[in-house]
Design a protein around this ligand. Structure first.
Ligand SMILES: Nc1nc2c(ncn2[C@@H]2O[C@H](COP(=O)(O)OP(=O)(O)OP(=O)(O)O)[C@@H](O)[C@H]2O)c(=O)[nH]1
Length: 868
């Protein structure tokens, strides 16, 4: 586009100044040398552009080898091309931006986007401000995160959000709601905002794509509105009459666009349903020729849709211009009846321009003045066409008078009179004839050009009209779209920049946290847990082993010593049976007591060990250790425990009462117990079996044993042996005095005496015999039943079972702690992954946004491209 000759940005101030200082002279001079005006976007002004369209020459003049008409065609084409290019670029940019917003929305759902909010250190809250990045961290992150970004004094302030601005303040007060909003809530607000912007962009797209535009032609009665419309169409479509004739609004539409190229009139009845071209019940169809009559039917029809074909080129045709579907509305002349309706009609949104036709002969009527003043106050664009100028003899005087009137009615229009006020003679424009069946009246592409050469005023008017509509659409439709895109892309750029930085930083911080804090803590607790588990297991096993050994030893000892003393008081022979039973039971009790004693010992030990185990947990986990259970040792060994003894059979027989033995015999004979015990030891020592087993099995063992055998004890025992030998020798000497006769005499009394003594001995020994016998039986049964081992096992097992509880408690605490660390670790790992993904996403988004910004920058809606 830069090849085009010039882009004239007008100088409105200079132009304004010109009119202000010497309005009349300038205008009069201006009309003698008509120049083109350039509409200045954004200012609603048009300024002189003497090098454009007609060069201030007659329409047939040539410049640079081009006729004015050729230049006009080229300029029109250039403008349309430019407009179309811009429109397509904007359309694409809107589509791309919508895609970016959809993607942002998805991202925001997956991982909440950081949105900057700023909270001042005090109470004042500044949202979306330049220091937003700092606030972002303060607001959206944890204390840990907050510490990581510090305000950088030298940093460029961030641009404020324009489109993606979130209203985070509460409606009725300055109460700080941001501090109450978490990341999720802000993300939800942002999501809502994104959706709103997508909707707005879709509307913008519709507006950019919308090509419909209406030019509303109104004016005084009989001022030549219909003639003017026909002149624009170069066809006699609308009826013209010296008498006021148009009483119904006529909308002239390009039939090729909307009515399958059928030229006809759709008359919309008053009070009928809304017009729908596809629903014939909403209108009545008439041929074009009937328009002559239909325009009078103001009682029947509210609007006549007049579909016509225009076969001229798009540079020539107004209806069929290649970009915008312009519709011409011919309104009834203004009078008391039609004024209100016309006012309402002219305010329709699609009406881009009002053309007010005033008769040069009559100037402005009261209704006209009122209408123009109202339009001016509403800042609607009004072209004033002073028609029937051919009838004016003193044209300058007429112009001055009319411009004077306009100056009072609408100063803005007066200031831009070159563009907005045109003095023409519509009836001078050569036109074809109305036709029912096709393009009868229209000239072909080159036709009108030849006839049209002598009407520069009308050419200027047409060019201004077309250009104004095109530029106005650029201003009203494309410019807002561009501005919006610029803003939203800048916001997206800000957001991407910010998020890219935040997530990159967050990833690094979290990685650091994972490696420096969380992972070591996790590894430490796992290794501690293993160590503690081993320690507790060892403690339990050692304790149980000790208990087993102690219990076995104690029960064995008790059983071994069983029967050494009477356990029940002997009440005499008459209670012998009861004595035997009670002894049996008492002996059992002795054994049981030893078991109970062992159990009690075990309870005490268990209490200590439970405390030790709990301390393992407390010492390692500290406050994190939860001990919600209290150990009660009284609950140990409460189950039915010792059924073993009861299973040992007990059958009393007569032999249980007789148990003669040397020891008891000696005791019976009155030898003190200590001596008996010594004798018993001697007997046991010289027991042949004992001696035999004591003899070393081989000579070497014997030799080795000799020194150790010769002890004081041996010497002492040898002495006693000699004493016993002497005793036997005495008995042998004594036996020499015993003769058979003597034996016969003493035999019977001796036998009787000995028997009596024996019986007496046996009877007195009964209580001891019972104890000894039963003790022996119980011992043998207990040994056979492995009683000590089984009880020791039972007690140790119960201790193990009990100690396993605190062990489990400690290990559960460790597991909870490990789980907590795992959770922390996983959360951090997920955050790192998310931060990585978010960083990638925003990095990518930033690139895409910047690419779109580049494209958008190339869309130039401000410049006017024309052939010089
Ligand atoms: N001399 C001359 N006569 C014109 C011109 N324009 C229109 N007329 C005549 O003025 C008369 C009225 O023209 P119309 O176009 O019907 O006027 P109108 O404003 O549409 O009339 P209503 O809509 O009925 O108010 C017709 O006889 C036209 O021939 C012009 O520029 N010069």
């Amino acid at each position: 586009m830069s090849d085009f000759p010039h882009l004239e940005k007008s100088k409105p101030k200079a132009a304004d100044h010109q009119y202000d200082d010497d309005e009349v002279t300038t205008l009069v001079n201006g009309t003698s040398d008509p120049s083109h005006l350039v509409y200045i976007p954004g200012t609603s002004n048009l300024s002189p552009d003497n090098r454009t369209l007609v060069e201030g020459q007659e329409g047939s003049s040539k410049s640079n080898g081009l006729t004015v008409r050729q230049k006009k065609h080229i300029n029109t084409s250039v403008q349309q091309l430019h407009y179309n290019e811009n429109k397509i670029s904007l359309d694409r940019c809107i589509n791309s931006t919508i895609e970016l917003l959809y993607a942002l929305s998805e991202e925001n759902k997956a991982r909440p986007v950081f949105y900057p909010t700023e909270i001042d250190d005090d109470n004042s809250l500044l949202l979306n401000s330049a220091r937003a990045h700092l606030a972002l961290v303060r607001q959206n992150t944890s204390k840990f995160d907050k510490a990581k970004i510090k305000p950088d004094e030298d940093e460029e302030p961030l641009p404020e959000f324009k489109v993606l601005r979130l209203n985070l303040k509460s409606g009725h007060s300055d109460f700080d709601v941001v501090s109450n909003l978490d990341k999720g809530s802000i993300a939800a607000l942002l999501e809502k905002k994104i959706q709103q912007q997508v909707k707005y962009l879709l509307n913008l797209k519709d507006r950019v794509d919308d090509t419909s535009s209406k030019v509303f032609v109104t004016g005084d009665l009989n001022s030549g509105k219909s003639t003017f419309c026909n002149a624009l169409l170069r066809r006699k479509i609308l009826p013209e009459d010296q008498q006021p004739c148009t009483s119904v609004f006529c909308e002239v539409i390009d039939a090729s666009k909307e009515n399958n190229s059928l030229e006809e009139v759709h008359a919309i009845p008053i009070g009928g349903p809304d017009y729908n071209i596809r629903d014939e019940s909403t209108y009545k169809i008439y041929p074009l020729k009937d328009l002559e009559d239909l325009v009078y039917e103001c009682d029947r029809y509210s609007l006549l849709k007049v579909y016509v074909l225009d076969h001229r080129s798009f540079q020539e045709s107004l209806l069929h211009n290649g970009i915008i579907d312009i519709k011409l509305i011919d309104a009834p002349g203004l009078n008391m009846d039609s004024y209100q309706t016309t006012q309402v009609f002219s305010r329709q949104e699609e009406i881009d321009l009002i053309v007010f036709v005033v008769s040069a002969e009559n100037h402005f009527t009261l209704s006209a003045k009122e209408f123009i003043a109202a339009a001016a106050s509403e800042k609607r664009y009004v072209f004033i066409v002073v028609n029937r100028f051919d009838n004016i003899r003193d044209k300058e005087k007429c112009k001055n008078r009319i411009l004077d009137q306009i100056k009072n009615l609408s100063p803005d229009t007066y200031k831009n009179a070159r563009e907005f006020v045109h003095f023409v003679s519509a009836s001078d424009i050569p036109i074809g004839q109305p036709s029912d069946d096709g393009p009868g009246g229209g000239d072909d592409d080159d036709g009108p050009a030849e006839h049209d050469l002598g009407h520069p005023d009308f050419d200027i008017l047409e060019a201004s009209l077309r250009k104004f509509i095109l530029e106005k659409r650029s201003i009203s439709k494309l410019l807002p779209a561009k501005s919006f895109l610029v803003n939203i892309l800048r916001d997206l750029q800000t957001l991407s920049n910010l998020n890219e930085k935040i997530y990159q930083q967050e990833k690094l911080e979290k990685l650091k946290e994972l490696n420096n804090r969380v992972n070591p803590r996790y590894n430490e607790i796992v290794s501690k847990s293993v160590k503690i588990q081993n320690s507790i297991n060892t403690l339990i096993e050692n304790t149980c082993t000790d208990i087993y050994n102690a219990t076995t030893q104690q029960i064995t000892e008790v059983v071994e010593n069983l029967g050494e003393k009477p356990v029940v008081v002997y009440g005499g022979l008459q209670y012998l049976f009861e004595y035997a039973k009670e002894t049996h039971s008492a002996l059992f009790d002795v054994v049981l007591e030893s078991v109970t004693k062992c159990e009690n010992n075990t309870k005490d030990i268990t209490v200590t060990k439970v405390d030790e185990i709990i301390k393992f947990g407390q010492n390692t986990l500290g406050e994190e250790f939860l001990n919600d259970k209290t150990f009660q040792s009284s609950l140990m060994f409460t189950r039915k425990k010792d059924t073993l003894l009861k299973r040992l059979d007990y059958q009393l027989d007569i032999m249980d009462f007789v148990d003669p033995s040397l020891e008891s015999c000696l005791t019976f004979l009155g030898i003190p117990e200590k001596v008996v015990a010594g004798i018993q030891h001697q007997i046991t020592y010289f027991n042949p079996l004992t001696i035999l087993t004591a003899v070393p099995t081989n000579a070497i063992a014997l030799r080795d044993q000799i020194p150790s055998q010769i002890t004081l004890h041996t010497l002492y025992s040898s002495g006693k042996l000699l004493t016993t030998g002497a005793l036997i020798h005495k008995v042998y000497q004594f036996s020499r005095y015993v003769t058979p006769g003597m034996l016969k005499k003493v035999a019977l009394p001796v036998v009787l005496g000995l028997s009596g003594i024996s019986i007496y001995y046996l009877i007195t020994d009964v209580p001891h015999a019972v104890v000894r016998k039963q003790a022996r039986r119980i011992k043998s049964q207990v040994k056979k039943a492995n009683y000590a081992h089984l009880n020791a096992m039972r007690i140790a097992n119960e201790c193990r079972t009990v100690l396993n509880y605190p062990c489990r408690q400690v290990m559960n605490n460790f597991q909870t702690n490990i789980d907590k660390r795992i959770g922390e670790k996983q959360k951090l790992e997920t955050s790192i992954k998310d931060a990585e993904l978010s960083y990638g996403y925003f990095h990518d988004l930033l690139k895409k946004v910047e690419y779109q910004q580049g494209l958008l920058k190339e869309i130039d809606l401000e410049s006017v491209h024309e052939v010089d």
